[in-house]
Design a protein around this ligand. Structure first.
Ligand SMILES: NC(=O)c1ccc[n+]([C@@H]2O[C@H](COP(=O)([O-])OP(=O)(O)OC[C@H]3O[C@@H](n4cnc5c(N)ncnc54)[C@H](OP(=O)(O)O)[C@@H]3O)[C@@H](O)[C@H]2O)c1
Length: 356
């Protein structure tokens, strides 16, 4: 069934209605070497909102603050209709140990900076961006809850963090009556499915909507990468050091495995008369537990292509091919738990449906 940006979905266990594709804004600004200039960023914002899009993703440190500034400026005339999500915990000032981390001082400082940069009175959704392995979870949860009670933040979520910590945090929040986490932002795509081990099942069980970043593997699943880009470290020939292609190569994302997945996506796209980006985004859009993939377009033309994913229907046989080429080893104990032996010792030969 074709979706539209105004086929809103509820975010986790909250009543908040968000578009099924969020608009990522790490491409708003050129400070990181691979983004869009202000005018193009404005076109991206205008097109997305014109079609009913309401869900935006940014962070206080994206493109050194330009992302939040542009987003705030573009959203200003219709602020209350927009769901602005931002994040804290990445270092805002080198040399200041408290300008990063998940603790209360970093949280409050970052939120105040975001409110200024976004030029708004409140943040719709605040994520803990990256886990710092140092702050007690009660400090994080109580700090987030205080921000909600003060009206500076409406909902809270968490991004890259261990599943067991998020699960524990949600249990503590529930027992204490603190604001629950309603969103989990993780990298999830056909080339990065390890979230299926624990993070996604945990999110479904605990009431967090999954918001998937890098659904195109940073561009790898768009069909424009080839074996010529297999370059584990450094700059790709013909690309500037700061380009997204060079970044992806440096991050070790271009491998024989990821290129084989990209090839399968290309084949299916050709069969459907669609683009590889549309097929990859459609796969994420319809994955179990996913509330919204985040589109990371750099140009209006890319955005138009990516929005076409809303109309793509993948058949059971396409899904099976994609599943096979991108399969991961679920690891311990999931491999064992999925085995016939364990099924036999826990359920005998009975059929037990798990419908919840
Ligand atoms: N929570 C976190 O830690 C975290 C981390 C990363 C990202 N995010 C969020 O997620 C958003 C999306 O992440 P991402 O940028 O990594 O997403 P992505 O969709 O995997 O990659 C986007 C890149 O792919 C290329 N691209 C996009 N559409 C294309 C098309 N139709 N055809 C050809 N190339 C295309 C563009 O790069 P080029 O044209 O330059 O090749 C673009 O910058 C970000 O904006 C940010 O809001 C969050």
């Amino acid at each position: 069934m074709a979706l539209t940006l105004d086929t809103y979905r509820l975010l986790g266990r909250s009543g908040l209605r968000v578009s099924p594709l969020a608009l990522g804004t790490a491409t708003f600004g050129t400070e990181w070497g691979w983004g869009a200039e202000r005018d193009e960023a404005r076109r991206l914002f205008d097109r997305y909102t014109e079609l009913g899009g309401n869900f935006f993703d940014t962070a206080s440190t994206y493109t050194n603050g330009s992302s939040e500034q542009m987003l705030g400026e573009f959203a200003r005339s219709n602020r209350d209709k927009m769901v602005l999500s931002t994040k804290y915990s990445t270092l805002r000032q080198s040399g200041d140990p408290n300008s990063g981390g998940t603790h209360r001082k970093s949280m409050v400082g970052s939120v105040e900076a975001s409110l200024r940069q976004l030029n708004t009175d409140y943040i719709d959704l605040l994520y803990v961006n990256v886990w710092d392995f140092r702050t007690p979870v009660e400090e994080i949860l109580r700090g987030l809850d205080d921000l909600v009670r003060r009206g500076k933040v409406l909902y809270v979520g968490i991004s890259s963090a261990p599943a067991w910590q998020v699960s524990r945090m949600q249990a503590i929040a529930d027992l204490r009556g603190w604001s629950p986490l309603v969103a989990l932002e993780i990298e999830y795509s056909l080339i990065e499915r390890t979230g299926e081990r624990d993070l996604i099942p945990m999110a479904r069980e605990m009431g967090l909507g999954v918001v998937a970043f890098s659904p195109l593997g940073g561009g790898l699943l768009t069909g424009k990468y080839s074996r010529d880009d297999l370059n584990p470290i450094g700059t790709v020939a013909g690309e500037s050091a700061g380009s997204r292609k060079s970044l992806n190569a440096a991050l070790g994302m271009v491998t024989d495995r990821t290129l084989a997945i990209a090839d399968a996506v290309k084949e299916i796209a050709a069969e459907l008369d669609r683009t590889p980006a549309q097929v990859s985004l459609a796969w994420a859009l319809h994955s179990q537990g996913v509330t919204a993939p985040i589109i990371g377009a750099r140009t209006l033309a890319q955005l138009e292509v990516n929005l076409g994913a809303l109309e793509v229907d993948l058949s059971a046989s396409h899904l099976a091919r994609l599943d096979e080429v991108s399969a991961i080893d679920l690891g311990n104990p999931h491999g064992l738990l999925a085995s016939d032996h364990i099924r036999a010792v826990t359920s005998g030969d009975m059929t037990i449906e798990t419908r919840r």
